[in-house]
Design a protein around this ligand. Structure first.
Ligand SMILES: Cc1cc2nc3c(=O)[nH]c(=O)nc-3n(C[C@H](O)[C@H](O)[C@H](O)COP(=O)(O)OP(=O)(O)OC[C@H]3O[C@@H](n4cnc5c(N)ncnc54)[C@H](O)[C@@H]3O)c2cc1C
Length: 384
């Protein structure tokens, strides 16, 4: 089932698909082979307007609405996961946070650089003892004359090792903590007292690398506060809420590519004198993937429409993130099965997508946390 989109979104999709197929796709295998992202990739995305897509035009961005942004991400995710990570500026979407909450100075200093690809950033919320339970963060910022002193440690920060500046969540009022006691700070890479610690590689998307970030007696001026003092937890949750829908669309784009590849292989590959596509066992896998993909699209597009119309989508974004991340895993697993041994060969996209898509059931609110939010909404007070 095709979901009909307005003509301008279909045009945006076609433009993005051409760009991905002609210009980005050749970089996908290079990224895998080098184990890092070549500088040309960020420059290419910036030159074609794929960094800062949602940032208002008045601030130098693309000014796209949520739906258009999601369609563009869907197309980028048909190639390599790194492209969507760059387009959303890793997790947390720091450009949008600066566009919404930053001062004019912060917008001048950071936003232009992010949109043009001159600067990169990272979003630092998670700590060794605070992942799903983000409210348990311990990184502390104490008020001093003219600024704040930050002490603590973050880990698993995507792109943190190479970021020019990071957006860091720290406790500024231990009494209030997540209820008005956490503040967001923009910390430049060269700030004394801030250093990158251990670097972790990952199953899939290894080129991005996760970094431990260490803050030891790290002084930042008052001007480094993003938004209001005490508003950091709400700001982080706002960014992650946006991320649920963009991540759902990313999963849809990747699953779409996997179904497309599975279909092509099933028609092409002959066993026992007949194409795989003539076998019921294979047809059922293809049919199941098509059904789930259609359901994912219908669900996610409707939720995006509600958000764009200003309606409260309730737990809709959680439902989308949960369903789409699990759907993409199943569709990719079937694509591997239909490709047989070929589906496990390094350098072949199906094998790479299988590894990359496993991330989405864990990052930015794992499946269990989304289920918890959905059940809490269903059960109300009976949930506790
Ligand atoms: C590739 C990657 C990139 C990342 N990038 C970033 C980044 O850029 N910035 C950032 O701040 N963080 C980042 N993270 C951290 C990520 O957000 C956390 O890993 C995630 O929130 C899960 O936290 P955790 O790893 O501490 O797992 P835990 O919170 O320890 O959870 C472990 C498991 O238990 C489940 N669980 C937890 N609590 C409950 C419960 N109450 N009931 C039932 N099940 C539960 C979880 O769902 C999970 O399956 C990244 C992580 C990865 C792996």
């Amino acid at each position: 089932m095709e979901v009909e989109l307005p003509p301008e979104l279909e045009e945006l999709r076609r433009t993005a698909r051409r760009f991905v197929e002609r210009e980005l796709e050749p970089w996908a295998e290079i990224i895998e082979q080098r184990g890092e992202v070549p500088t040309e990739v960020r420059a290419l995305l910036a030159a074609n307007g794929y960094l800062g897509m949602r940032v208002p035009e008045t601030l130098g961005g693309g000014g796209l609405g949520l739906f258009a942004y999601c369609i563009a991400l869907e197309e980028l995710s048909r190639s390599h996961r790194v492209f969507t990570l760059f387009a959303t500026n890793t997790s947390g979407n720091t450009p949008m946070a600066i566009a919404r909450h930053g001062t004019a100075d912060q917008q001048e200093r950071y936003l232009k650089g992010l949109v043009t690809g001159r600067l990169s950033t990272a979003f630092a919320l998670t700590e060794p003892e605070a992942g799903s339970d983000a409210a348990a963060i311990k990184t502390r910022a104490k008020k001093v004359e003219g600024g704040w002193v930050i002490d603590g440690q973050k880990h698993f920060i995507s792109g943190g090792a190479t970021a020019d500046f990071v957006s860091v969540m720290a406790v500024t009022d231990p009494e209030k903590r997540a209820r008005g006691g956490v503040t967001a700070f923009l910390v430049d890479r060269e700030t004394p007292g801030f250093r990158v610690g251990r670097i972790d590689g990952t199953l899939g998307s290894d080129a991005v690398k996760l970094a431990e970030l260490v803050f030891e007696n790290c002084f930042v001026p008052d001007a480094a506060v993003l938004g209001r003092v005490g508003g950091g937890f709400a700001l982080a949750m706002e960014s992650l809420a946006d991320g649920r829908l963009t991540m759902a669309c990313t999963c849809i784009g990747s699953a779409d590519r996997m179904l497309e590849m599975a279909l092509a292989h099933a028609k092409d590959r002959q066993t026992f004198g007949k194409p795989l596509s003539s076998r019921q066992a294979i047809q059922w896998m293809l049919a199941d993937s098509a059904v789930e993909l259609s359901a994912a699209r219908a669900l996610t597009y409707e939720t995006i429409r509600q958000v764009e119309a200003g309606a409260n989508p309730g737990t809709g974004p959680s439902v989308c993130k949960l369903y789409c991340s699990e759907m993409a895993d199943r569709v990719t697993d079937r694509a591997v099965q239909i490709h047989g041994g070929m589906g496990l060969i390094r350098g072949f996209p199906v094998e790479r997508f299988y590894r990359d898509l496993r991330h989405y059931r864990i990052v930015e609110g794992a499946s269990e946390i989304q289920r918890h939010l959905i059940a809490r909404d269903l059960l109300g007070a009976a949930a506790t």
